[in-house]
Design a protein around this ligand. Sequence first.
Ligand code: ADP
Ligand SMILES: O=P(O)(O)O[C@H]1O[C@H](CO)[C@@H](O[C@H]2O[C@H](CO)[C@@H](O)[C@H](O)[C@H]2O)[C@H](O)[C@H]1O
Length: 479
Amino acid sequence: MPDSSTSRIALPDTAGGAALLHSIGPMLTSWLPRQRWFAGKGRPLDGLTLAAATELLPVAGGPAPGLLHLLVTAHQGRTTDCYQLLLGVRHVLPPVLAPALIGRPEEGALRGMCVYDAVPDPRLTSVLLERLRAPGRLGALGFRREPGTAIPSGLVPRPLRSEQSNSSVVYGDTFILKLFRRLSPGLNPDLELPLALARAGCRQAPAPVAWFEAENPVRTDTDATLTLGILQPYLAGTSDGWQLALRALAAGREFHRSAFELGRATAAVHTALAAALPTSVLAGAELTAVAEEMTERLERAVEAVPALRPYRPGLREAFRAVATLARTGHQCPVQRIHGDLHLGQVLRTDAVGVDAHDKDDGGSWALIDFEGEPAVPIAERRRPQPVLRDVAGMLRSFDYAACQRGSGDRRHRWAAANRAAYCAGYASATGADPHAQAALLRVYETDKAVYEVLYEARHRPNWLPIPMAAIRRLAQDPK
Ligand SMILES: Nc1ncnc2c1ncn2[C@@H]1O[C@H](COP(=O)(O)OP(=O)(O)O)[C@@H](O)[C@H]1O
Ligand SMILES: O=P(O)(O)O[C@H]1O[C@H](CO)[C@@H](O[C@H]2O[C@H](CO)[C@@H](O)[C@H](O)[C@H]2O)[C@H](O)[C@H]1O
């Protein structure tokens, strides 16, 4: 994101927004770092500046709630990150919304009122759906709808509890609206890729129906847009691959037919993306640059997570396999990929219902969350990459599930069987077996494990032993 001096723009003429900035800055400064989606955990938050404010519902004096949309820039040392906040304002907060309270300003126009996170408030999230039904501009925001789609009125909203990097609202089991929290300038691949897949007739990803965006306060040719939210069909009654894998492990059930079908679904998405969007080939210096980037990422991770230090030489050595490939004239095809593929990003869509999904009979799968790794700048996430990167992500995920729920030797056998089945499924759909490129696959698995160490250290320190076990294995035997 831009630095603070350039990210300040003239505020739209919303008295509510300006008053909020003045009166709730301190309470936001304490609330923001406690949110799961706050990316700057572990570093002091020096302050906030307002990049844009839009009144979606007027903040009036009566009992009706107001709704403010804010883009705020968080300053942490030399780093700045832009976040999307949806704030409700009410005189009295119903008890059910008490956990969403951010604070009560002691001064300014909002003095004594309750300012709260609007995502759990159905009265306010229904306003967003209404805006998406009627595309157009409102203040800093632009609402758009895919031609030929319809959004019925009156769908009842509920927040999705399993909040991860962003916040989502489900409307009447018909649609899900994903609200991006930390914003990166540029068209978000979570919109770009599912739109391209839908327009190409690929059914392995839910097709975006509508979305909203803002102009990037610091506009460049490629970064003109900030994607703020995406509405897509809600695949009700589905189960995600992570839950199904854990349940299979706990019950001692096979999962390899499911893993095989997952490989096929991944391959179908890759094939459609390669046909719809630009592809290229990496060789020579460009391929060497991949190893350099991975090594830089490792160095940053080692700095942040000292437990990685003993494995640094082995991991650096592992990345050198790419340089060897480059020297021997290897040509590596690259294309747009999912970018953060794991078992939590796949939904089993056939034979609705958990009981049916607990059978290891393959099933049909949809991929979701094409955002890529949220910590990486969007421009980087939109670069074409080897498909092996996605494959490696899913292979790591089988390992994660086995470490989380499995025990002893059975855990290793379970992970190995499903890793093999996934690759076999992938190969059956494309004719290209990921194992045929074992060296590069291992490099991508290593890079992913380094990313996971950093992710877990920041967000779920109790889970750190899982990627650390992989790091020990990959660093000790880089061949
Ligand atoms: N189209 C959908 N249909 C049903 N559930 C969905 C859909 N999209 C997302 N979900 C559910 O919402 C959760 C969070 O969505 P995701 O896009 O992964 O957000 P985040 O980036 O916050 O992780 C998913 O794990 C899944 O359970
Ligand atoms: O789903 P997100 O886009 O928010 O992805 C982030 O969070 C994931 C965890 O929820 C994290 O995935 C890691 O944990 C998973 C189990 O919870 C496991 O299946 C994955 O293999 C593992 O990488 C993901 O890395 C992170 O970007």
